[in-house]
Design a protein around this ligand. Structure first.
Ligand code: ARG
Ligand code: ZN
Length: 883
């Protein structure tokens, strides 16, 4: 059932042009397609091969002649026409049922509108087609529909004609001037309104920008529009890449499986990544919109102009585009700290989610060798680890070197469907560097460990750092070869200053205090001379490679780095190491029933960060945030979620007990009265203020409770309201206090009943509260506002609970797993992609104690045995069970 990268065969036929006519009707849509095709003489495939799924085939004509049933075969999704001539005009008519399509892949209905999602293999649910990314063609699309129900008709490219059909129906004809693979096809039809603007490119050319939303949401499109304009300018400035169309559209839909989709000229977005105003969206939402709008826009070059040869190369476009959107967000803030804050946030996700994926049954290389269902491979490994791999080129080649590589990549491959190896070749050839070994980042799964040993010879003033790399086995890969790992580093003297670095083999860098060591062997020793005193090493600065650094620091070393490291990332890292060490010790103490204690050194370290006015408040917020329960879990071979939760809560409460006055002062200092603005400086203030509030409620009294209640009642923006409500939903107080807090939750619902995205937050908040158990979740599922068919809603409550409330989900009685199995099975019938995501909540079942393992295995077994299991879910649970 799996397909393999090594089995790639070029398509037997190319498609030059695609003409499509849609008669749009929610129940039955008629699709007529005309393809001009020609034989690919270089292919071993001699048949004309098409893919189709859930289609009613009405007509099939080749070169004007109806094809008899005997002239072709259909096996599952594959149609083969043997003995076709070298030049073919294929005419296909199909009928599809958009309202019945709950998978949200292909053409489907959302609130009475038509939406498409064709990546990865959704186009085959619209018509028979060589639905693979290396078949690129020019599309012309005619849309016809009822004028009242579907006043707006959109497709890729330029509108070339529109008009009335006389019978209450109208039409619009769209032409996309660029060749594209079928996964970039899109159409949208329905009742929509738009914010639009003429925008002047740096070349002087004017383009039309539009953000389309459902009626009533035009007060929420400004930020998406601003983000789009920023994206267009950034790609011109940083990469010299211009928008190639006269018109660029964004459409928001509330029914969407993922974040958004980069369809050529017609990006379709989850409303979550478009709609924002101060009343309904938080600072985090604003940042998410900026980065996703950027991401999809940047795909126009990295993904659309240069696309993937096959889906094994998915990271070619996704890793690169994530890197680009990360850089975009960092450049927009611009400051050194701003960049560091963004970097830390990205690395947090990588470590918490991707490292965990790399250590579990679904571990796969950045360029996988096989898969059963491609939709299961839109993963943090393809995206976030893929972005780290691109970032390593950037680190190795430097800013200008990387740009040269990008330029060569486009010069060579514009208009082509290529492989990850082609990108690496462009980087190597443009810089003259040997990047042969670097290929292992694409082929080998797993997170490498880099162990550090140091030696100092005071008399000779020689300091040596020995780095040893290793990588654990992953499914299908028992042995790993050494990776090419860039290790950015510095050495701190006792005053906290960076020392000049004189490292053997790095002559050119003599005197610089920042160096990128290149670790390529299993073990390598780097020798530094003129080291006048014993330094504290600062390694993997700015997280220069996606590895786990095993280094034994003393508390004093960490305090030194925390106070002085010139690299902000490693400053943050030192604090996290200090915290993590204590959280692990305390978790063990909880398990042993020992007395819990927090040392003065740690409390004072946190106090001095909190009060350090020289540090940007957003940076302080990150530093003062303890490692998440999921991060702490990674430190254990057997995970005890309840003990981890107890230990972490103990540290939060103890810190608050000691730092109450400091926290109160900070809270007051960073109040942001006045009009809401999502700029970096105001966001930073809000984040530190709200962190202070969340700590204050860990050691609550009536006065701090009042602070939270007042903030909830009086704040005029969602960031502050939600922060207050979150604190109010999670604190440990008296019965009377809890009652007051519960009122806030009710009020919030009433106030925002009409705002789906806010109601998602309302469910999420409860799903992740420590007081929420399986019974509460079941009650919430009965709430009239809950539905499993909307992915955002399902994710907020169900994924919130299964993925972000570990101490409750992993209840000792196994009730969480039973609920999980029921929901995976229910979702499987509705939407296999969403079901398969949920199925992954039990990936790491081997990491839990025996009694939990048994119950998880039973739940996995129950899902595996369910009737009509989709490929999507079957792949995930069978891999989990094979672990
Ligand atoms: N290419 C899109 C993005 O990263 C993601 C679409 C994935 N959709 C899917 N059904 N697998 O922006
Ligand atoms: Zn993408």
């Amino acid at each position: 059932q799996a397909i393999y990268r090594k089995d790639y065969v070029a398509p037997g036929y190319w498609v030059d042009t695609v003409e499509m006519g849609f008669d749009l009707d929610l129940d039955h849509t008629h699709v007529a397609t005309r393809l001009t095709m020609r034989r690919n003489y270089d292919s071993a495939e001699k048949d004309l091969v098409l893919f189709g799924a859930s289609l009613k085939l009405l007509q099939l004509r080749m070169n004007g002649v109806n094809l008899k049933k005997s002239a072709y075969t259909i096996d599952g999704e594959i149609m083969r026409i043997p003995n076709a001539p070298d030049q073919v005009v294929l005419e296909i008519e199909t009928r599809i049922q958009p309202v019945k399509n709950t998978s949200l892949s292909g053409l489907y209905a959302s609130n009475g509108n038509f939406i498409t999602q064709c990546e990865a293999e959704g186009f085959r649910k619209i018509t028979w087609f060589p639905d693979r990314p290396d078949v690129m063609a020019k599309y012309t699309v005619m849309l016809r529909a009822d004028k009242k129900k579907f006043p707006v008709l959109l497709a890729n490219g330029n509108l070339i004609e529109e008009g009335d059909l006389g019978d209450g129906r109208h039409f619009a004809k769209w032409e996309d001037p660029f060749k594209k693979p079928s996964y970039l096809f899109a159409l949208v039809a329905g009742k929509l309104v738009c914010q639009e603007e003429k925008y002047r490119l740096q070349s002087g050319r004017k383009v039309l920008l539009q953000v389309w939303v459902e009626d009533g949401n035009l007060d929420k499109t400004q930020h998406a529009m601003d983000s789009l304009k920023n994206s267009i300018r950034w790609d011109e400035d940083r990469f010299g890449l211009e928008l190639d169309l006269d018109r660029f559209m964004i459409v928001a839909t509330s029914d969407f499986n993922m974040g958004a989709m980069e369809n050529k000229g017609l990006n379709i977005f989850n409303t979550k990544y478009v709609l924002a105003n101060p009343r309904i969206a938080t600072d985090v939402d604003y940042a998410g919109i900026e980065s996703v709008v950027g991401h999809e826009y940047f795909h126009n070059w990295t993904g659309n102009r240069v696309t993937c040869r096959d889906w094994f190369q998915l990271s070619l476009k996704e890793g690169l585009t994530v890197f680009r959107d990360q850089e975009f967000s960092a450049d927009l803030v611009g400051t050194v700290t701003g960049r560091a804050v963004k970097r830390i946030e990205d690395v947090r996700v990588l470590r918490q989610v991707q490292f965990s994926e790399d250590a579990g049954p679904m571990a796969h290389p950045v360029r996988p060798d096989s898969f059963v269902e491609i939709n299961n491979f839109y993963t943090v490994t393809i995206y976030e680890k893929g972005a780290e791999v691109v970032r390593m080129y950037y680190t190795l080649l430097g800013h200008d070197g990387f740009r040269k590589g990008m330029d060569l990549y486009f010069a060579r491959h514009d208009g082509q469907a290529v492989e990850c190896d082609d990108f690496r070749a462009a980087m190597a050839d443009s810089s003259g560097r040997d990047l042969t070994q670097f290929e292992r980042w694409y082929s080998q799964a797993g997170t490498p460990h880099v162990k550090v040993q140091t030696a100092y010879d005071a008399a000779a003033q020689i300091y040596e750092i020995t780095l040893t790399q290793s990588c654990a086995a992953t499914p299908g890969q028992a042995e790993k070869l050494p990776f090419h790992i860039p290790v950015a580093m510095g050495l701190l003297d006792s005053a906290g200053h960076d020392m000049p670095l004189y490292c053997d083999g790095y002559e050119n860098q003599a005197g610089a205090s920042n160096l990128v060591l290149e670790l390529t062997d299993a073990t390598q020793t780097f020798r530094f001379s003129q080291v006048g005193s014993l330094p504290v090493p600062s390694l993997l600065r700015n997280f220069s490679a996606p590895v786990i650094l095993d280094i034994e620091y003393s508390d004093d070393d960490l305090s030194h780095l925390l106070a002085h490291d010139s690299d902000p990332f490693n400053r943050w890292e030192a604090g996290q190491r200090l915290a993590s060490r204590r959280l692990v010790r305390l978790t063990k103490a909880v398990q042993q029933g020992e007395k819990l204690e927090l040392d003065q050194l740690f409390i004072e370290a946190w106090r001095s960060i909190l009060n350090d006015e020289s540090l940007d408040p957003s940076f302080r917020e990150l530093m003062l945030t303890l490692p998440s329960e999921a991060m702490i879990a990674e430190e254990f071979s057997v995970v005890d979620p309840q003990a981890i939760h107890t230990a972490r809560q103990f540290v939060r409460a103890t810190l608050t007990q000691h730092l109450r006055a400091d926290l109160l002062r900070t809270y007051e200092t960073y109040l942001t009265p006045g009009k809401y603005s999502p700029d970096a400086a105001s966001m930073a203030k809000r984040s530190l203020k709200n962190l202070s509030l969340s700590y204050l409620l860990e050691w609550v009294d009536d006065s701090t409770l009042a602070l939270a209640l007042t903030q909830f009642d009086e704040a005029e923006n969602m960031t502050d309201r939600l922060a207050a409500l979150t604190a109010l939903t999670n604190f440990n107080g008296s019965g009377k206090q809890i009652k007051q807090a519960a009122k806030a939750l009710k009020k919030f619902y009433k106030e925002f009943k009409q705002e789906a995205l806010v109601i998602d937050k309302w469910f999420m908040l409860q799903a992740t509260a420590h007081t929420t158990d399986v019974k509460t979740i079941c009650e919430l599922m009965e709430h009239p506002a809950f539905t499993l068919t909307n992915p955002n809603r399902a994710r907020s409550l169900i994924f919130g609970f299964c993925n972000a409330n570990p101490s409750r989900f992993h209840a000792a009685d196994g009730s969480g797993y039973i609920l999980w199995a029921e929901l995976v099975i229910a979702l499987n019938k509705i939407n296999p992609q969403v079901a398969a995501r949920l199925a992954r909540s039990l990936d790491r079942w081997k990491k839990y104690p025996e009694h939990l393992q048994k119950k998880m295995k039973a739940a996995l077994g129950k899902v595996a045995a369910a009737k009509n299991l989709s490929k999507d879910v079957a792949e995930v649970v069978s891999k989990a069970l094979a672990a």
